[in-house]
Design a protein around this ligand. Sequence first.
Ligand SMILES: [Ca+2]
Ligand SMILES: [Ca+2]
Ligand SMILES: [Ca+2]
Ligand SMILES: [Ca+2]
Length: 434
Amino acid sequence: MKVTMVHDQQLRWALFFGLLLSLGIAGCDDESDVQGAVDTDSSDVSDTGAGDAERDVADDVDAPDIADTPDVADTPDVADTLDAADTPDVADTLDAADTADGQDIADVSDVSDAADAADAADTSDAADAADLSDATETSDGADIVDASDVADAGATPLQFEMYLDDQNVLNMRTNLSAFPQSCVADTIEVSCEDLDQDGITDAWEQLVLERFVPLLRFDESEQLINDDAAVLHAVGRVAPLATALFRADVYIMLGYSRDYGSCLGISSHNGDSERVALRLVDLEGADGRHLRIEQAYTAAHEGSVTDNGVVFSGESLSELVYDITADVTGTRWVVFPAADKHATHATIERCESVSVIPCVDEDCAPDGVDDPGNYDRIPGVVNAGEDAHRLFDDLTGIGFPGDFAWTEDEFCGGLGGSSCSSAVREKLLDNPFE
Ligand SMILES: [Ca+2]
Ligand SMILES: [Ca+2]
Ligand SMILES: [Ca+2]
Ligand SMILES: [Ca+2]
């Protein structure tokens, strides 16, 4: 199928560039034309799909939902509405609106407020875990209102904090251990289950996915912005590494219902599986409670001759872009998907410097618009688990009916068809750091 598709695309491009040449437009050598034309998202499709159904067993087990139960009795959640407009540490001011909470006002180090603020922005299940941090006001012993969270009593609320260190690298601190035994011993108010059986707590995996999934800052010409039918959702995988220091690799497939193509849509296709990946390290060597980005990968035309994927590590990590205002969690990684094609770039400069050749060039970031915030998206993200023990496979629930996380079939963005994009599983399994 790949061969057929490439031929089709080459034919289309040949026709297209024949048109360009006939119009007297020069400056592109044939080789790069073809390179640009071969859509990199194409995938080998050899899987018949057999066996997928039986592996769907875990689909209904949505681990982080377990955390929902205590939330029901968590009446002070109402205060989250007030926290919604907050950037993290400013949130304490809003605690003043939490009537009995006056003593919190001066507490500028209240980590849990960052978590409260996060609740408003979250749409996915991990947010429910974060909701538990409503009870974390226990860190402010004087917090009377949150004492009403007695329904949650007996366990320690989940806490986390995202921040940049002095080298402009993103860190996360949390009281949730990556290891189930510690999770249980610490009586953190989340499920300590490890249903994908990789040795680390699934709630920790979900927390990591939710907080490290990047904000996507789109170009002003990006078609999905005004496409009501567009679906954007991420599928992730978190896998621990066996190293002296605690490390984990985070794979995040950025799923789009469509690649709109470049040059009048000539290379468009259903389904667009892009991705980023991170290697996180616990510099304290402990158990994932103080994570720092050690390496980052942004994929662009992955696996093609025009592969512009970049691995950032060491000093180059400081190139990564963050936003401390667009997201109420405080600090979030920002990447720049190329207009309509969605190749993911770490910086605007890297995107715009891909090429100056028409139809191969790429454009990023909203320029000259009145409402740049309208071009920001933070995708929801589900944890696919591990191949041998899948947590999420059928992607219908996130807007991609007919697509699966773990199949070898190509990803068609819920729209069906053929000549779509690389299988999601490739994005979850291929390690860009090794
Ligand atoms: Ca796990
Ligand atoms: Ca995992
Ligand atoms: Ca694409
Ligand atoms: Ca732009």
